[in-house]
Design a protein around this ligand. Structure first.
Ligand code: UTP
Length: 302
């Protein structure tokens, strides 16, 4: 039975959708309440048994390294002020048995290219890929669900979710045969098709468990100059040689690469955050009540 110990976090994108917030700071450091997106993804990976975290970084992403590093100055000041629980909070971001490794993608040449940058560090083992701007909220954590399925079938597994048909153009969309309620044997995958060309209503959701053979397929892609290397195309190429499964995970996806998804995550997480859920819930209910049209006033016909 194959095991998954390594995870790749591609964080070298150019983050255009959150400009100007992401001009000097990566989108993966945007907080949902008090934790950056990348930390949610790292915690999900660790909960799935991952012990080696490989971050593919780019320009302006240094702050991610700092976030997972020791912070002696901050800890020293907090200790001196007697704030031990805050010391523990910043100290325990990654447990000691977990190793963080950073590799640089010199140019943002696409997600497939970012994964290729980690090839030497992965070697000949299966590995996970987590896109931190997809915040997946599941119990058990979504990557743990996927690793479980992977170890059962020894096949690559892609997380998918059902989407509205008009939304096909923002997903990698899979086609294939349902094996059971949640598992699809993939026969095709297409990156961001038009709604008419979509193979199904199941789209990739930012989590992958991949066989190392993906690297051969990434190498065999021949993108035109200035064209990105797409992970989706390499997965499609893999289908000629081996089985790939799509898994409709148990949980909820927040697309925090978009403003709407980011706001939805913020509200849902705030409504169950130990410190603010009461006060925020009360405020939100009043706010929503204030937005209802007054039942005594009829809408005007124009
Ligand atoms: P996106 O498609 O969301 O692109 O990348 P982006 O540049 O991050 O953001 P927008 O669309 O311009 O706002 C999906 C994931 O792939 C990583 C990104 O960091 C993100 O996690 N990525 C993308 C890379 O690491 N390198 C790349 O060349 C492209």
């Amino acid at each position: 039975m194959l095991e998954v110990h390594k995870a790749v976090f591609p964080v070298a994108g150019i983050d255009t959708r959150f400009l100007p917030a992401t001009k000097a700071s990566p989108k993966e450091m945007l907080p949902v309440i008090d934790k950056p997106l990348i930390q949610y993804a790292v915690e999900e990976a660790i909960a799935a048994g991952i012990t080696e975290l490989i971050f593919v970084t780019g320009r302006g992403k240094r702050v991610i390294e700092d976030h997972f590093d020791e912070s002696y100055e901050v800890e020293h000041v907090l200790k001196a002020r007697g704030k031990q629980c805050l010391v523990d909070l910043v100290h325990s971001i990654t447990p000691p048995e977990v190793k963080c490794i950073y590799v640089r993608q010199a140019e943002p040449l696409g997600l497939g290219h970012a994964v290729l940058c980690a090839e030497k560090l992965i070697g000949d083992e299966p590995f996970a890929v987590l896109l931190a701007d997809d915040l997946l909220d599941g119990q058990p954590p979504v990557l743990a669900q996927m690793v479980h399925l992977f170890s059962h079938y020894d096949s690559s597994v892609l997380a998918v979710e059902e989407f509205e048909s008009y939304d096909a153009s923002s997903h990698g969309v899979v086609g294939g045969q349902h094996w059971d309620e949640r598992v699809i044997s993939v026969s095709s995958i297409v990156e961001k098709p038009s709604p008419e060309a979509a193979l199904s209503s199941f789209g990739a959701a930012g989590r992958y468990v991949l066989m190392p053979s993906i690297f051969e397929h990434l190498h065999s892609l021949k993108p035109a100059a200035n064209e990105e290397i797409q992970l989706t195309l390499a997965i499609h190429s893999m289908l000629k040689d081996e089985q790939v499964l799509a898994y409709e995970f148990v949980g909820k996806r927040y697309d925090c690469g978009t403003k709407l998804g980011y706001l939805q995550a913020t509200v849902d997480f705030a409504l169950r955050h130990a410190e603010v859920h009461d006060a925020f819930g009360t405020w939100l209910r009043e706010r929503v009540r204030g937005m209802q049209p007054d039942p005594g006033v009829q809408p005007q016909a124009h």
